[in-house]
Every structure is written in structure tokens, then in C-alpha cells.
Design a protein around this ligand. Structure first.
Ligand SMILES: [Fe+2]
Ligand SMILES: [Fe+2]
Length: 377
């Protein structure tokens, strides 16, 4: 079983069609959250399916991997079914009720245990990762009832871990910060669109990277991968800073003077911690992240130039596009051939499309980590 084969299952096709219809209708009424549009559903569903398969295969439940991937993907398709841009109640439980209706009507072709796993994963998906652990227990090393924990953690991995870091963040930030917030939001009076889109993206990236570290709450079996994804933001930041010939400290001072919003405390942290100098993250706690940041210290000047051009062009191309998707497409052809551009492009589009390379990289990393964790139990 490889790739995204589970998407061919009738129940996966059906649920994806249903959510697409629902989202089209909501979008037409202006009720859809733009950051949680259909592309979010596709990515969450694909990677929930792949995570479920990795959790099973890493523990040698080879007879359960396919069904788990199907159930993971269905939970991804439906988890935000009733989400609205302006919420008055949480959307997990009501989305789970929608799924229940489909199951009761006989459309889902799954047994009670399978139904229950998907239902609960959707109903509880707004809980944090630590809360998830309390509700479902670990999906690793269980003697029985493995399915509910596997589906719940697979959904959280797709919905939170993969969406919070990595290439996904680059396209979102370039578009939502570098365009939307500058044209219609809190950055409107402060920065000039599109000439200063890269500055706004630097500001938000500093704010995020020096805020709470999301990796700290990740389960062990997806922490290496999470660190790897997180390091992509540092690479991108390094490129954007190099393009403006700023150090991190110079950037934060400059942006604070320009009134970048919600910057309280960030300036002091940047001056004290200087993440890009490679000494902040301890090797024993963040082995992958610290290693990836340190690697950038040895970059040659021409490599830094390439990174600067690739990072800056990413922001300017996507910030000038009608949608992130369109921006990613044009980015592929922007500027001269450059390994960082290719890497950013492959990452952004590979994640969205669930390309074979992207899925394979993620799946082998997580399967191996699950295996190591299961053997240590
Ligand atoms: Fe949600
Ligand atoms: Fe979601």
C-alpha cells in the first residue's frame, strides 16, 4: 500500500465530494474561513490517512494499515464540515454528528468500532495534543483498542502538526501576511504593499519563531519530522534577512520602530536568543532542528545569495497572486534555476498535492520513528 491509494475508496470519494459542496455553498455566502478552505481539507485528509498507515505499519499491524488509512482520510474530510468563519459554537461535535448521519444512512460501509473511532476523532479534534493523549491514550504499544487513538492522532497530525510548520507556512505567510493583512488588515497603514511584503513576512516569522515552540507538545514519533518542518521557517527567514542585508536583531529593531503589531517581548527575545546563530536549541532536546540551523552557518556566499533570491521571490510572487495556489504555480518559473527555489516549490506543491516524494518522505520518517518508539516500550 503506497501513496494516497485510500482516496479511491467510495467512502473517501463521497465524503470529499460532500465537503466540497458544503464549502462551495459557504464560500458563496462569505461564511468560509479562508485559512481553512478546501485545500486545508485535502491536505489534512491525505496526511491523516498516511499517518494512520505509518502508525499501524510501524507496529507491524500490517493487516490493519489500509482500513486505518481509509478511516483517517474520512475523518480528515469531515473534521471541519461545520466550521464557519465566525463560530458561535465549536465545530468538532456538530461535524461528528454529520458523519453519524452518513453512517446511519448506510453510506459509509464501516463497522461499529470503525464508526466510533472516526466519530470520536472528529468530535474531539479541537482538543490540544496533550488533551488528546488524555482522552485517547497513546497510539503506540497498546494491547487493545488501538484504532480510536490511531485515528485521533492521525487527524491531529494532519490538522495541526503538518499545517503549523514547514512549506505550508511559507505559502500562507506570503499570501495572508504579505498580501491580505497588508491590503485589508492590521498592516495596512504600516507597510506598503507589495514593496514591503517581505518585511511584513519577516515580522510575522520572527513573532512566530520567538513565540511558543509548537514542537514541545508533539508526540515522540512525529517530533523529528516536526523539527525538520520547523527548520524550514529558519531557512526562509535567513533568506529574507539576507535579501534585506539584515541580522535578526537589526530586523526586529527596525520592525518594532515601524510598529509591527503584537511584537511585545519579541525584541528582547531576539536579542537574547539569536536563533540563527545556531547556539540556542540544545542538541539533546532538539537534535534535528539544531543540526539544520547549524548547517546554514556553513553556507557559502553564493549559496546565501541563492537562498535570498529564492525566499524573496517566494514572497513577492505569492503576495502578488490571486490565490496561494496560483502564486505557487508561477513561483516554479520565477528567476533563474536555483536549488532553493526548486526545494521551496517542490515542498509547497508536493504538500498540497500529496506528491509521491512528499508522502514517501513523511511516511518513512514517521514509520521509522513509530518503530523505534514501539520497540523501546
Ligand atoms: Fe477544526
Ligand atoms: Fe482543520
Amino acid at each position: 500500500m503506497t501513496g494516497l491509494d485510500f482516496n479511491e475508496e467510495p467512502a473517501c470519494i463521497k465524503t470529499r465530494e460532500l465537503v466540497e459542496e458544503e464549502f462551495d455553498a459557504k464560500r458563496a455566502e462569505g461564511k468560509l474561513s479562508r485559512a481553512h478552505d478546501f485545500d486545508h481539507i485535502v491536505a489534512v485528509s491525505n496526511f491523516a490517512g498516511v499517518t494512520a498507515r505509518a502508525l499501524m505499519n510501524g507496529q507491524d499491524y500490517d493487516d490493519m494499515d489500509y482500513r486505518a488509512s481509509v478511516l483517517g482520510a474520512i475523518s480528515g474530510n469531515l473534521h471541519d464540515y461545520h466550521r464557519e468563519a465566525k463560530e458561535t459554537e465549536s465545530h468538532g461535535p456538530i461535524s461528528a454528528e454529520f458523519f453519524k448521519k452518513l453512517w446511519v444512512s448506510g453510506d459509509m460501509d464501516m463497522d461499529t468500532n470503525e464508526f466510533d473511532s472516526v466519530y470520536r476523532a472528529i468530535a474531539e479534534h479541537e482538543a490540544s495534543l496533550p488533551e488528546n493523549l488524555e482522552i485517547f491514550g497513546s497510539p503506540i504499544g497498546r494491547k487493545q483498542q488501538i484504532l480510536p487513538a490511531v485515528i485521533a492522532f492521525s487527524l491531529k497530525t494532519g490538522d495541526v502538526i503538518l499545517e503549523a510548520s514547514g512549506f505550508r507556512v511559507l505559502e500562507r505567510r506570503a499570501f495572508f501576511v504579505g498580501k491580505e493583512r497588508m491590503l485589508h488588515g492590521d498592516l495596512k497603514e504600516k507597510f506598503k504593499y507589495p514593496e514591503e511584503s517581505d518585511l511584513a513576512v519577516i515580522g510575522e516569522t520572527l513573532r512566530r519563531l520567538y513565540g511558543k515552540l509548537p514542537i514541545d507538545s508533539y508526540p515522540d514519533w512525529v517530533k523529528d519530522y516536526g523539527e525538520k518542518l520547523h527548520s524550514i521557517q529558519y531557512l526562509f527567514l535567513k533568506g529574507l534577512l539576507a535579501h534585506r542585508e539584515f541580522t535578526e536583531e537589526e530586523a526586529v529593531d527596525f520592525l518594532e520602530k515601524r510598529g509591527f503589531p503584537r511584537f511585545e517581548g519579541i525584541k528582547d527575545k531576539v536579542h537574547a536568543q539569536r536563533h540563527l546563530d545556531g547556539k540556542h536549541f540544545p542538541d539533546d532536546k532538539y537534535p534535528v532542528l539544531s543540526e539544520e540551523i547549524r548547517k546554514t552557518l556553513d553556507f557559502s556566499l553564493s549559496k546565501i545569495d541563492n537562498l535570498a533570491v529564492a525566499s524573496f521571490n517566494l514572497v513577492s510572487t505569492i503576495a502578488n497572486a490571486e490565490s496561494p495556489e496560483e502564486g505557487i504555480d508561477s513561483y516554479k518559473e520565477v528567476g533563474i534555476q536555483n536549488p532553493f527555489r526548486d526545494m521551496f516549490y517542490e515542498g509547497m506543491s508536493g504538500y498540497r498535492k500529496g506528491s509521491e516524494d512528499f508522502v514517501h518522505g513523511f511516511e518513512t520518517n514517521v514509520t521509522d520513528a513509530v518503530r523505534r518508539k514501539a520497540q523501546n516500550k
